[in-house]
Write a protein that binds this ligand. Structure first.
Ligand SMILES: [Zn+2]
Length: 402
């Protein structure tokens, strides 16, 4: 066998450690005997590796005994240790920064959400983010538990190896080193990525699409983008750009999109698209409860819809039609088990869902449509910060030797 294809004993041991951790992440609580069955490893290997993981603090026995049983009793259940350490997840939006400190469940133990005026000044924005990460870091230090990592989600294309934001249309930035601005200030592992890809991982890892092998996450915010998840990993594509579902062409003669194309899905199903339809209705003199809401906001839209406002309900129903058309395309191409909707627009799910399902049933192929569930993100507006946390935990479970 050529040497570059050989797997040495250490690689095999690390792969088996990751196998055990991932199996427990998906199916815990599990006994050692059940772990052996599910992983295909022999019992002696499981006992040995579990002892090592307990010693590292990553696993705990669930019998209430803080010390592992000397013989590694096969029937005592095991789980990932929620207090193996603390994780910091950060979401950098165009006009806000959110940070959370969690354990490995992931339970949010501390959070900070700050709104800012929109700024394209790299130094100003990064300084704000650094201050908030520093607060989270100090909180984590006070807890006394080890800090397992910091992950920062940003809008745009990120080079994951160098932690460089290569391009952010939202900020109008190119080549911003997140490691230089943020990561290098902290003596713990640092990760960065596209915030929607992180949200997709978070929903797959802990949220609505947990324990399924394939899902699509769609962020329905001011603009629309997505992440494709295959076996609990986000499919990056050749350049990390996979999942830009917002720029599917839906109408060849449609309006010009910011990307330069015409009739992109984004223009129809984003918050921007919904607000434009509502403003057109108001400009035509349609009576609406939204006349009093200036500027338009999602809370005002949800309030008007729940009070039966005809213009709002019609606009949301139209959103549902366009959503159904785009989701049918995705279902036919990707055959996912779940399509998970997040972002501010997902709050209006109950209002647009009937039209969306009707369109989906009309257009998607029968078999993939039958197995696919469309649902709202478990973490809703926290999908990206929990996704950042999931990025750190994913790295720990898959590379426990580090
Ligand atoms: Zn576009």
């Amino acid at each position: 066998m050529p040497s570059h294809l050989s797997i040495n004993h250490n690689d095999m041991r690390n792969m088996n450690l990751a196998l055990i951790l991932n199996c427990l992440h998906q199916h815990a609580p599990l006994s050692r005997a059940r772990l052996a069955e599910l992983t295909g490893l022999n019992r002696a290997t499981v006992t040995h590796l579990v002892r090592e993981l307990i010693h590292k603090g990553l696993l705990v026995e669930m019998d209430g005994n803080p010390h592992p049983s000397a013989v590694g009793h096969p029937s005592i259940n095991l789980q990932i240790n929620p207090n193996a350490g603390r994780v910091i997840g950060v979401e950098v939006g165009v006009d806000y920064t959110s940070a959370v400190l969690t354990d490995l469940r992931p339970k949010i133990l501390w959070r900070h959400d700050a709104q800012h005026p929109f700024s394209q000044d790299v130094g100003e924005v990064m300084e704000r983010v650094l201050l908030i990460v520093d607060q989270a870091y100090r909180q984590a230090r006070q807890s006394g538990f080890p800090i397992l990592g910091i992950a920062v989600g940003v809008p745009g294309l990120v080079d994951l190896d160098s932690d460089t934001l290569l391009q952010s249309p939202e900020f109008g930035w190119r080549n911003v080193s997140l490691r230089e601005h943020i990561g290098r200030h902290f003596d713990v592992p640092f990760y960065s990525g596209n915030l929607v890809h992180m949200a997709a991982l978070g929903e797959s890892y802990f949220g609505a699409a947990r324990r399924v092998s394939s899902s699509v996450y769609i962020h329905l915010g001011y603009t629309v983008s997505g992440g494709i998840v295959i076996n609990e990993d986000v499919f990056p594509g050749a350049m990390g750009l996979a999942g830009e579902v917002g720029h599917m062409s839906i109408d060849p003669h449609g309006e010009r999109c910011a990307c330069g194309s015409r009739g992109c899905w984004n223009l129809f199903v984003s918050q921007q698209g919904l607000f434009r339809r509502l403003q057109e209705g108001m400009a035509h003199g349609t009576q609406t409860l939204l006349s009093a809401a200036s500027p338009l906001s999602m809370p005002a839209v949800l309030d008007a819809a729940s009070r039966g406002d005809a213009l709002t309900l019609e606009a949301l129903q139209q959103t549902g039609v366009w959503l159904g058309i785009g989701i049918a395309n995705l279902v036919n191409i990707l055959n996912p088990q779940y399509v998970v909707l997040g972002g501010a627009m997902s709050m209006a799910f109950d209002f647009f869902a009937p039209a969306m399902y009707a369109e989906l049933a009309e257009r998607a192929l029968l078999a993939p449509c039958d197995i696919c569930k469309v649902t709202v993100a478990k973490y809703r507006q926290d999908a990206a910060v929990i996704g950042a946390v999931a990025t750190v935990i994913w790295n720990i479970l898959n590379h426990p030797q580090n």
